[in-house]
Design a protein around this ligand. Structure first.
Ligand code: COA
Length: 190
């Protein structure tokens, strides 16, 4: 189960354990309710794209934005070519989630979460939170705030972000789509 770990990866115990350190681009998060399996967070690789793009295209949220398997795969490919920072959560050799993080992507000053998603069927097991905490740790090492946009109709995600400590600080009307307003959410380092 831990065969994918390579030298230099840091291993993180339970997130409630004191003294957790995220020193490299990889962490391990044991999720008790997930059959005792380990979630391994690492950078996305080209080989992850096809599978990831497939379930993203099946997600109603992104269907509303016209995302298809092909368009998402193209977007990931272009992003990786351009050196984007996209992490995936891997479990038993399968990618179960991803987060696209842009350092100083908000106002050229703060961290910005561009996209985050967990595979349908893997949701509600703490994977999203592990990905979020992973990029927050990186963002808060560099600055005080982290921002993201969430669709006005995506009330489940809004509630989830609020539980993770985010607050709405603004709204951009008809930004990505004419018929959708994007809510600006912010979390500030404690
Ligand atoms: C929003 C989304 C990323 C959240 O990811 P997730 O993995 O389902 O979320 P989590 O499991 O971390 O959190 C859900 C709840 O499960 C619970 N949970 C269950 N098992 C858990 C475990 N072993 N460890 C931690 N939390 C667990 C948590 O209590 C959590 O509740 P909380 O919000 O009070 O912390 C995911 O649902 C998703 O991809 N949605 C569709 C796409 C989307 O809306 N993306 C956001 C766009 S802005």
């Amino acid at each position: 189960m831990l065969g994918n770990i390579t030298p230099g990866d840091s291993m993180v115990k339970r997130r409630s354990d004191p003294g957790i350190q995220l020193r490299s681009t990889c962490i391990l998060v044991p999720l008790e309710s997930w059959d005792g399996d380990w979630t391994f967070i690492r950078l996305m690789q080209t080989g992850d794209i096809a599978d990831c793009a497939r379930w993203i295209a099946e997600t109603p949220l992104w269907q509303r934005y016209g995302v298809t398997e092909e368009s998402m795969a193209d977007r990931f490919r272009a992003a990786l070519d351009a050196g984007a920072t996209i992490y995936v959560a891997e479990q038993a050799g399968e990618v179960v989630g991803f987060v696209w993080f842009v350092e100083r992507g908000a106002f050229d000053h703060s961290g910005y979460i561009r996209l985050i998603g967990v595979r349908p069927g893997a949701r509600g097991h703490g994977i999203g939170r592990a990905l979020l905490e992973f990029v927050e740790e990186k963002s808060f090492a560099a600055g005080r705030d982290i921002f993201l946009l969430v669709s006005d109709f995506n009330t489940d995600a809004q509630r989830w972000y609020i539980r993770q400590g985010y607050r709405q600080v603004g709204q951009i009307d008809s930004y990505v789509r004419q018929d959708v307003n994007e809510l600006i959410f912010r979390k500030t380092r404690q």
